[in-house]
Design a protein around this ligand. Structure first.
Ligand SMILES: [Zn+2]
Length: 309
């Protein structure tokens, strides 16, 4: 596996993983100036976060990480927080409030190690069974914000943007306006399909638009290669097309499982994880006012597992 800290502008870097389209390999961001730094997200495991921090020390010796911004509460963005015990951990109020609904490391490990009697256990074991969560303690945010907040990292202005629900119940983007760089968290995926945990596909489209509205030119997604504005626009338009298809099926009374199958066949493209279109279809069904749409992490993973078989 090759992971590297790639410079994006005078004061920003992205932690990226080559050839990693699987679950759990999230990108991180660094903003550094005048001996101080802000880190956007940590990694899924302690080993992966140590790898990131070693690369950080190698590239920016003597620079101190004083702030960690968590783009949302999924473990692949937060379960390394404990390795930065002196840093302030910041996220939006909506994101922080959702922490109690997340699967914790023990629950995820137990799911992966359960007897593979169902599609959901096999799916979890296949995609998450290779990660070792030993020693992970979930560290919540030490400070929250709503709306938009400006912070200074050395001499660099950084905007924290509360995107609201979309990928998760509360997503946060980190924008460096003077350098045209934005760290999007999982509001954007690149080279792979969107996961809609929040229950609203419309909200995901709005988040993409909010990101485009910042004017940023270099957008680091939560997973996959760095994008430009054209890439983010294409991603937004893909979500719109998926939403149009799913909405038509909802109005025609097509059951969700069947609709998700058709949406996958129509929009699966060549991206990784077309089974995630189950969550996008479910989000569109909720947006259309359909009752009884599954919600919550386990039910949505179950739906994806069903579509993957
Ligand atoms: Zn993620």
């Amino acid at each position: 596996m090759t992971s590297h800290l790639r410079p994006l502008s005078d004061s920003t870097w992205a932690w990226l993983h080559d050839d990693r389209t699987g679950w759990g390999w999230s990108n991180c961001g660094v903003v550094a100036s005048e001996g101080t730094a802000l880190l956007v997200d940590t990694q899924f495991t302690l080993a992966a976060t140590r790898n990131l921090l070693d690369a950080f020390v190698g590239a920016l010796p003597g620079v101190r990480i004083e702030t960690v911004v968590n783009s949302h509460q999924n473990g692949d963005h937060t379960w390394g927080n404990q390795l930065l015990p002196d840093a302030e951990i910041v996220t939006s109020s909506a994101s922080a409030a959702h922490l109690c609904h997340e699967m914790n490391p023990a629950q995820l490990t137990a799911l992966c190690q359960a007897a593979p009697s169902s599609a959901v256990v096999s799916y979890a074991a296949k995609h998450f069974g290779g990660f070792d969560f030993t020693g992970v303690e979930v560290m919540p945010a030490t400070r929250t914000f709503t709306g938009r907040e400006e912070v200074k990292v050395g001499t660099v202005l950084v905007e924290l943007l509360d995107l609201g629900p979309g990928h998760s119940a509360g997503d946060v983007a980190v924008h460096i306006p003077d350098e045209g760089v934005l760290f999007a968290g999982d509001a954007i995926f690149s080279g792979m399909h969107m996961v809609v945990w929040s229950g609203s596909l419309d909200a995901c489209v709005r988040s993409c638009q909010s990101i485009l509205d910042t004017g940023a030119e270099t957008i680091v997604p939560g997973h996959g290669p760095v994008l430009d504005r054209v890439g983010v626009t294409e991603f937004r338009d893909y979500l719109l097309r998926v939403g149009e298809s799913a909405d038509a099926y909802a109005r025609a009374g097509v059951p969700l499982d069947e609709a998700a199958r058709r949406v996958r066949d129509e929009h699966g493209q060549s991206w990784a994880h077309p089974e995630r279109l189950y969550t996008a279809t479910a989000g569109a069904y909720r947006d259309a006012g359909i009752q009884g749409v599954p919600e919550g992490t386990f039910a949505l993973v179950e739906g994806m597992a069903g579509l993957a078989t």
